[in-house]
Design a protein around this ligand. Sequence first.
Ligand code: FAD
Length: 392
Amino acid sequence: MVSLRPSRADIAVLGGGLNGAALVSALRHSPYSVVLVEPRPPQPPREAWDSRLFAFSPGNVAWLRSLQAWETSDPDGVRCQAVQRMRIHGDGDGCLDFDALDAGLPELAWIAENGRLQACLWRSWRNSPNVRVISTMASHVIWGGSESGGHHLHLINGSSLHARLLVAADGADSWLRQQAGIDLDVEDYRHIGVVANFATERPHRGTAFQWFRPDGVLAWLPLPGNRISMVWSTPPEHAAELRALSPERLAEKVAAAGDQLLGRFTCITPAAGFPLKRRRAREWVRPGLVLLGDAAHTVHPLAGQGVNLGFRDSRLLTSLLAEGGDPGEIGRLTAYAARRREDVASMQLVTGGLKKLFACPDGLSLALRNLGMNLTNHLTPLNQALIRHAIL
Ligand SMILES: Cc1cc2nc3c(=O)[nH]c(=O)nc-3n(C[C@H](O)[C@H](O)[C@H](O)COP(=O)(O)OP(=O)(O)OC[C@H]3O[C@@H](n4cnc5c(N)ncnc54)[C@H](O)[C@@H]3O)c2cc1C
């Protein structure tokens, strides 16, 4: 039951998706009282495969393990597959290979479902007295002064909450960012990310495949058993065609687009589509306010980095907050924004640049980009530098 008396918290997190939930989980051992406001708690785990599967960097998986959220032995826990190899094909004869063994790593990445990981994160604070969840939405904010001291959040169930730090983890269309009047730089990639899962005839052996094609970027991410998750980032017209296909025709088309490398496919999760945009909020912090995850930034999914960037936001914010004191103090929040900006800007540059590079139809661009891939493949230090960045 939610109390209708005004309540107080050190930190109020709006949004309990992967990013907000990971932050709450990480703060559960902090000296701060934390309230999570989320109208849609995660569904209980199901046997069927989630249509939303993500690649997680080893650094972030190590952090999730330390939060006891990467639970793989529990039947309701995370179902995951290690990525041992990545093979990236250009649209000519270009090819780039990454191998965990060659790089001296146990794996390059992990693939896991959004829903189960979110449920594990929510379970992680079950017995933590300093975490409270309110299953409702906020209706408006009364902002404190520039010296902060906190802000007042009114909720649609009639209650209100005073928090010294408000965290906007409420996704790409962040309500809290809009309430703060923070502008957003947006670039429409003119791509829809079409996702679906398939059972495959042949084993993938822990290999992730990606093709840069004239009709977009196709990725196959390995799942446990003979299964893969597909992300086809493609112009809206082609996405509509793919989504209109029967499951059988879609399976044929996706298998053929990857040269039947894994044999015949059977569709196990229907196709869904997500419009893709690059977004960057003009401000990430104000006194008593911080933006993280998709509320602050989104990137093209071709590098599988969106939520990885968000987890790195939460990792840094948690470590800065570990010093104690006023959680909304602007000096510390400014340091957070300054240190996160470079990681996000470089990922937006690389993913946006690659998308544009492979969209150039002329013959010279085609030859150069495929040559570049082959050169990178043979330059071991460059190849390994790329791996070192991806595993953070
Ligand atoms: C096709 C595709 C493939 C992707 N693949 C990858 C990948 O392989 N690897 C990767 O790292 N990333 C990937 N991403 C990016 C990833 O999906 C996002 O970065 C991530 O899901 C964002 O999580 P979030 O918690 O910030 O936001 P969300 O998941 O959007 O969560 C926001 C939460 O806020 C809640 N909320 C909304 N409004 C309010 C409100 N007013 N008050 C309270 N709560 C509110 C919502 O209910 C929701 O639970 C991919 C994205 C796409 C589209």
